[in-house]
Design a protein around this ligand. Structure first.
Ligand code: ACO
Length: 314
């Protein structure tokens, strides 16, 4: 009997403080128009000083559980995608597990930066299909503001904080669920974008990342459709990682999708790394655009390079 990992609920959380492009232009040599034209970003949410990645992850997870009609006691696995863990070790996922009041099951972090949610979803999908867990929380949560050098205009304008989560459950005899995952890495990109352990600040060769993102995502979306025997016109929604509106537009064009079928939250959330896909997914589920039965395609490209795509029947 085929087992599928079905999304039972989504949830998200954004810190209350909002920083606009105009706010940034008060301390940086930049402008609202430059940022919008190059990235599509207008504003971003920033975590409070005492708000950690685990705190915002828990809030998103609790909302996803409510949407799924479940409690933490129903969950036996947590995968947390983050590049901004509370501590170097132990895993922030274990802290999330404790804050949710769970004393059973297992939890671990997954690191693939902006592609973290795609990697975490594929990992949880495999565990559920193997029968190692029945119900999983897959969370993307980031406090990117802690990594940013706020005096560096080339990266400070790009990132934001936030968290999104989905509840995945193994089910048989269903058309719903994850239909396929595609994961790729290529360490040739290792020096193109990084944060050192001992010195703050995001080092990024923006042009090189941009160029690679466009052509590698082009392949990643084509390959997953082919592998799942799905045609472009069958896709109801593209739910992409929200790094840059121009990268998203290029992928949508490649798929022949009109803008009305693309979920874009980057304008008001900026790049929240591993959190951006579940944040976008939850926004579109909550406002009624994405409905049960819809076919959605998620994709992300990240530092590493690490990239991938996922096809899901909601
Ligand atoms: N305001 C004004 N000017 C700026 C700013 C700014 N905030 N930042 C850079 N500039 C200047 C540069 O100094 C440069 O000036 P120069 O021509 O005098 O040297 C000029 O603008 C053009 O800079 P570019 O870097 O070439 O600008 P580009 O059009 O490439 O846009 C951007 C930069 C937005 C960063 C783009 O390259 C991009 O989005 N790259 C991909 C980012 C990404 O997807 N990251 C991967 C995921 S993130 C992750 O994994 C965590």
């Amino acid at each position: 009997m085929t087992v599928r990992s079905v999304i039972l609920g989504t949830g998200s959380y954004l810190p209350t403080k909002v920083v606009t492009n105009n706010d940034l232009s008060e301390s940086l040599e930049t402008s609202h128009d430059w940022i919008v034209e190059r990235t599509g970003i207008c504003a971003r949410h920033i975590a409070a000083p005492d708000e950690h990645t685990s705190d915002i992850a828990v809030k998103a997870a609790q909302r996803a559980l409510i949407a799924a009609g479940l409690t933490p006691q129903d969950v036996d696995m947590i995968v947390l995608a983050t590049a901004t863990p509370d501590h170097v070790f132990p895993a922030t996922a274990v802290r999330v597990q404790a804050k949710l009041g769970m004393t059973h099951g297992f939890a671990f972090d997954q690191s693939a930066v902006c592609s973290g949610f795609i990697f975490a979803l594929a990992t949880a999908d495999m565990y559920l299909k193997q029968g190692m867990a029945k119900t999983a929380l897959v969370i993307g949560a980031e406090t990117m503001s802690r990594l940013v050098d706020w005096t560096d205009r080339s990266t400070a304008v790009l990132f934001g904080d936030g968290a999104g989560a989905v509840v995945l459950q193994a089910q048989s005899q269903t058309d719903r669920g994850i239909l396929g995952n595609l994961l790729r890495t290529d360490g040739v990109g290792y020096e193109q974008m990084y944060v050192r352990k001992d010195t703050p600040g995001i080092h990024m060769n923006g042009r090189e990342i941009f160029r690679n993102a466009v052509h590698r995502l082009d392949e990643a979306v084509g390959e997953i459709l082919e592998r799942c025997n799905v045609t472009q016109d069958q896709i109801d929604w593209l739910v992409p990682h929200q790094a840059n509106k121009r990268i998203i537009d290029a992928t949508a064009k490649r798929l022949g999708l009109p803008e009305s079928k693309v979920i874009h939250t980057g304008a008001v959330q900026a790049n929240t790394s591993a959190a951006s896909i579940p944040l976008a997914l939850d926004a579109a589920v909550k406002d009624g655009r994405i409905k049960q039965g819809d076919l959605i395609l998620c994709e992300a490209f990240a530092a590493g390079y690490a990239w991938g795509s996922t096809l899901i029947r909601m």
